[in-house]
Design a protein around this ligand. Structure first.
Ligand code: UD1
Ligand code: UDP
Length: 440
């Protein structure tokens, strides 16, 4: 069996690394394709070093250009490699342009695709990432979703629940394993000479840093927050725009703000673990914050990680100066709120996600479920039915007894449930999809 991993940017390298380790541990053959979307030493190579990953087998070297051209060059490059390598499954992770290109290339070649971190939705189609996620999910065969909430998003888009696996998020695996290594090996915290009230900050979202009005609001809020020490590893997109819009110098001159280059994973984890709170628009950092019991303030108006907000560990503040400042001050001064935030339960698992994903892939391969070919059976759709179940029966038993039926979704009173095979259906209402032929 051969697995092809595709990565393009910093978070993909980090979140794929525990999966690559697991595949290596199991002795499975794999190749690693880097699209080269991120290429600076501190956005790419330093993660290979920190995470002890071997160098990619291929680097497409796409670099930075327009959205369309970047996607097209990656698509062409990935297609060529996949035609040559014919892997048994391709894995992409997350929502970048590299993910979208990998997903389209794989599905057009009828090669099975597994999407790690599938099903996330911000419901904001102005984000390039939302389009990438939806396209990747439209092309995928196996969906590794972090939570039940993301599974339900997919079900409402018509994805077959049998192909959705709730596994948690590999960020927890990466974060917990590497924090231990960081505590031994990183000296960033002593180098920076950190005091008490550390606020770690990252911003890079296009909708924030490409918009001068939003970036000015955020800059003004940071300048006002002088009761905390702000450590700000600056993403290259952000640095470019801070300079372009003329905000860079005021931030650099502020005594309570330390602007540094993006740091490696070990250094960043140690920085987070020494911080009082984190202010960010990053996806991965919202997940890491709740994993490390660190209060998170998110500089966005929506999030595809709503579980962190409902759990109580994350607050969305948008980009208005006053709202940002007030919330940072509130979290620092309100002990009860602070305690509630650090005690928020982690919705993303306890660090066994990569093990679960690799097991599912190996089982699917052994059951010959990774072979994609046109059906030779006639399939016709009989319709959708809403039904109240009185019997003492679970999802799997119901589907076995009713060969041509697929339980799409379960309603338990007013709660929507993912149709887990062992979920009892007694006294629940279900939506059933019926076919006039056997379905798999
Ligand atoms: C990309 C992803 C985003 C992800 C982020 C992780 C898309 C659409 N966006 O955003 O979802 O959260 O990566 O960090 O895929 N640049 C450098 N050096 C580099 C890389 C980029 O200088 O190594 C600069 C270039 O000026 C480039 C800009 O950053 O134009 C943006 O890079 P790009 O990869 O297009 O998007 P990100 O903002 O990094
Ligand atoms: N990160 C890092 N060094 C930094 C900033 C972030 O190692 O200087 C890590 C962080 O721990 C997280 C990931 O980068 O795992 C998040 O990447 P980013 O915010 O660029 O992308 P997103 O998660 O929003 O797609």
């Amino acid at each position: 069996m051969k697995i092809a991993f595709i990565v393009g940017t910093r978070p993909e390298i980090i979140k794929m690394s525990p999966l690559i380790d697991e595949v290596k541990k199991k002795g499975v053959n794999y190749i690693l394709i880097h699209t080269g979307q991120h290429y600076d030493q501190e956005m790419s190579q330093q993660f290979f070093t920190d995470l002890e990953l071997s160098q990619p087998d291929y680097n497409i070297g796409v670099g930075s250009t327009t959205q369309g051209k970047q996607t097209a060059v990656m698509l062409e490059g990935i297609e060529k490699i996949l035609l040559n390598e014919t892997p048994d499954i391709i894995l992409v992770e997350g929502d970048t342009n590299a993910v979208m290109a990998g997903a389209i290339a794989s599905s057009k070649l009828h090669l099975p695709l597994g999407h790690v971190e599938a099903g996330l939705r911000s419901f904001d189609k102005t984000m390039p990432e939302e389009i990438n996620r939806m396209i990747a999910d439209a092309c995928s065969n196996l969906f590794f979703v972090p939570t039940e909430e993301s599974a339900i998003n997919l079900i409402f888009e018509g994805i077959n629940p049998h192909n959705i696996h709730i596994t948690g998020n590999t960020i927890v695996d990466a974060c917990l394993r590497n924090l231990k290594i960081a505590e031994k090996n990183s000296n960033l915290v002593s180098k920076l000479d950190l005091g008490e009230n550390i606020l770690t900050l990252t911003i890079h979202r296009a909708e924030n840093v490409d918009d001068p009005k939003r970036l000015k609001n955020i800059t003004d809020a940071l300048l006002e927050l002088n009761e905390v020490t702000i450590i700000f590893p600056v993403h290259p997109r952000t640095r470019k725009n801070l300079v372009k819009f003329g905000f860079y110098d005021s931030l650099e001159e502020a005594k309570h703000i330390q602007m540094i280059n993006p740091v490696g994973y070990l250094d960043f984890l140690l920085l987070l673990s020494h911080s009082k709170l984190v202010l960010t628009d990053s996806g991965g950092i919202q997940e890491e914050a709740i994993t490390l019991n660190l209060p998170c303030i998110t500089l966005r108006y929506n999030t595809e990680r709503p579980e962190t907000v409902t759990a109580g560990g994350n607050i969305l503040v948008g980009t208005t100066k006053k709202v940002i400042v007030d919330n940072v001050k509130r979290i620092i001064s309100d002990t009860q709120l602070y305690q509630k935030m650090i005690n928020a339960p982690n919705p993303y698992g306890s660090g066994e996600t990569s093990e679960k994903i690799v097991e599912i892939i190996l089982k699917s391969y052994n059951d010959r479920k990774l072979i994609i070919k046109p059906s030779e059976e006639f399939i016709s759709h009989d319709g959708w039915y809403l039904q109240k179940i009185d019997e003492n029966i679970n999802v799997s038993e119901y589907e076995t007894n009713n060969n041509n039926s697929l339980i799409r979704i379960v309603f338990d009173a007013d709660e929507v449930k993912y149709p887990h095979p062992l979920l009892s259906l007694k006294n629940k209402t279900v939506i059933i999809d019926r076919f006039n032929s056997k379905i798999s």
